[in-house]
Design a protein around this ligand. Structure first.
Ligand code: PEP
Ligand code: MN
Length: 353
């Protein structure tokens, strides 16, 4: 249920409405818009109570929300959520680019890639220290050491960092070293993990499960929001379809659909979404055109020898830099802005194929 209140209503009156709701043992979440304030109610509102709310002075309307997720929905929170971390704003109209390797492999590797991400104009360094591998004998990541290496590289080159956390037990240590915590596709419905992430104050990037519906995805986000962490962004990373040419099918429709159903920022991952390097550039541009608030792109200095199988979908550094330069021109045509660093292209000369 949402209660719509005119912004001409006094603070005192608003307080009385909220007290009435809370007095019934329900939760009230306030979202202030330019003309109206929406009070979202969590809990069951019986018809007599709805009727009473409708009669209260200042209340314009009382509307039943049938969706199972509440805090994640635009009905509850009409304005876009903007996640601010340092001087980076995610969801505020400025395109955000996260770049880096699939996995942190060594201190030298992540340091050099961080330098290149920064030179190209990226704001956030990605890299997995804990890798969710399909088989148990594959490289599983370098663990906590990798978190330390990445934090160091991020600090040195002026980048925020994002890394995947796979289990509730590792949330605290990942939150200690990384600025953003990533929930991978395989863990989208790991409810214990989501609950634990609700208790942290670190922003969370929630990848879509590769077989999950929009509704399931938003309910997964709801777990984190309901736990008290409002800083959640969604990431479309491709779903499993009958098509085998691409690793996954990047569901571009998910971007505008999510932008309409929820106020949370939406990020696109064209690397896992396609699994093919040559498709990363067109699908990045398509994602921006579809309204994405940001991108998470794999980039590697030696993709052929990367320690995960994801080298085939990783851009070479100069491709990454060229792509970001092009986004500078594309973004304004699509309603966002993006500014690459004013580094000379020569920073990438040695990486040209
Ligand atoms: C990753 O970002 O490296 C990753 C494992 O992603 P996903 O969970 O989308 O497969
Ligand atoms: Mn990967």
């Amino acid at each position: 249920m949402i209660v719509i209140v005119s912004n001409h209503t006094s603070e005192a009156r608003m307080g009385e409405i909220v007290s009435y709701i809370e007095g019934k043992g329900l939760q009230a979440h306030i979202s202030k818009g330019t003309d109206r304030t929406v009070i979202g109610i969590i809990g069951t509102v019986e018809p007599p109570m709805a009727e009473h709310l409708r009669q209260l002075h200042g209340v314009e309307n009382v509307v039943k929300i049938s969706k199972s997720y509440k805090l994640a929905s635009r009905d509850f929170h009409p304005a876009d959520t903007v996640i601010e971390i340092g001087d980076v704003r995610i969801g505020g109209g400025e395109l955000v680019v996260m770049g880096g390797p699939c996995a942190v492999e060594s201190a030298e590797q992540i340091d050099e890639i961080a330098r290149l991400v920064k030179s190209a104009g990226g704001q956030i360094l990605r890299g997995g220290a804990f890798k969710p591998r399909t088989g148990p004998y594959s490289f599983q990541g370098v663990g906590v050491e990798g978190l330390i290496m990445m934090a160091e590289a991020g600090r040195k080159h002026g980048l925020l960092t994002i890394t995947e956390v796979m289990t509730p037990e590792y949330v605290d240590v990942c939150a200690e070293y990384a600025d953003i915590l990533q929930v991978g596709t395989r863990n989208m419905q790991n409810f214990d993990l989501l609950r634990k992430l609700g208790e942290t104050n670190r922003p969370v990037l929630l990848k879509r499960g590769f077989s999950s519906t929009y509704d399931e995805w938003l309910n997964a986000a709801e777990y984190i929001l309901a736990g008290g962490n409002p800083n959640v962004m969604l990431c479309e990373r491709g779903i499993r379809t009958f098509e085998g040419y691409t690793r996954n099918t990047l569901d571009l429709s998910a971007i505008p659909v999510m932008k309409s159903l929820t106020h949370l920022p939406v990020i696109s991952d064209p690397s896992h979404g396609t699994g093919r390097r040559e498709l990363v550039e067109p699908m990045t541009k398509a994602s921006v055109a579809a309204g994405a608030d940001g991108l998470i792109i794999e980039m590697h200095t030696d993709p052929d020898n990367s320690m995960t199988g994801d080298g085939v979908q990783s851009l070479f550094p100069d491709q990454f830099a060229r792509l970001l330069k092009e986004l500078e021109q594309l973004a304004p045509l699509c309603g966002s802005t993006f500014a690459t660093a004013k580094e000379p292209a020569s920073a990438f000369e040695s990486w040209k194929k």
